[in-house]
Design a protein around this ligand. Structure first.
Ligand SMILES: [Zn+2]
Length: 263
């Protein structure tokens, strides 16, 4: 057993644990900024929709106002035509004015129909506008909630992350450059950030490939640093990781609980 190798394995394992804890914290926060960005996109889209509805409704309202003015104009024309007809001598002139009066009456009817149509469209659009506003409000309160959550998590983690950084620095200092470089290289290549894997149930805790018994006992011997044949992670045995013991302990507790339940 090489004491200096054993110490290095301990130091590597410690560094890995520090990194894994800060990875876990980042993972919790990980989804939130994305969710906040998605909500902000949704809100911008809904606000644009609302603006369009409002513009369309305004446009229809001003068309209705125009039609109402036209109706008033035609109504005063009709009054004028009636006055003219009362003072008319020959029938040709009378018929001509009567024709004008009839046209004015038709214009009023057509304007009234348009007002009805526009009013219906406004009603439909107002309903959509209301629904969109409700959606917007609910997205906004979701956003407020997520933002507050993010701020809270960041605040909670600030201290912890600062401590991890400090611990990491001192753990790195304990390792030779050669080992810290190897550790960093392997960690960067692994999606889960695990460079030092414990052996769990005779398998690599990083890729779950079986570790052959001979290799397992070589690893237990602490004579040199041994990596997983499959994934290249540095392997540590149960005396370094303490994980096998934990697994056994967990099993015992489960069995005890089962016994208790059986009683
Ligand atoms: Zn492996």
């Amino acid at each position: 057993m090489d004491v200096s190798i054993e110490k290095k394995l301990h130091d590597l394992w410690k560094l890995q644990q520090i990194d894994s804890k800060s990875d876990a914290i980042r993972a919790i926060r990980g989804e939130l900024p994305m969710e906040v960005a998605d909500l902000e996109d949704d809100i911008a889209g809904l606000e644009t929709r609302i603006q369009h509805f409002e513009e369309e409704i305004d446009e229809l309202n001003s068309q209705i106002a125009g039609k109402k003015n036209a109706i008033k104009d035609f109504q005063s024309l009709i009054v004028k035509y009636d006055e003219q007809m009362n003072n008319i001598k020959n029938s040709r002139e009378y018929e001509a004015i009567d024709k004008e009066k009839e046209i004015a009456g038709l214009e009023i009817l057509s304007a009234e129909k348009k007002i009805k149509d526009f009013t219906k469209i406004i009603e439909a659009k107002s309903e959509l506008l209301e629904q969109t506003r409700e959606q917007l409000n609910s997205r906004k309160s979701d956003l407020d909630f997520k933002k507050a959550e993010l701020v809270e998590i960041e605040k909670e983690n600030e201290e912890e992350m600062a401590k991890f950084l400090k611990d990491r620095e001192s753990a790195l200092k304990k390792l030779d450059d050669r080992y810290s470089r190897a550790y960093t290289r392997v960690r960067e290549n692994m999606k889960n950030g695990i460079a030092v894997a414990p052996i769990v149930r005779s398998s690599c805790g990083g890729c779950f490939a079986k570790v052959p018994p001979q290799r397992h006992s070589d690893i237990r011997a602490h004579i040199k640093i041994i990596v997983c044949e499959h994934c290249g992670r540095i392997l540590v045995d149960e005396t370094i990781s303490g994980i096998a013991a934990a697994v056994i302990e967990e099993k015992k507790t489960t069995r005890r609980k089962m016994k208790l339940t059986a009683k």
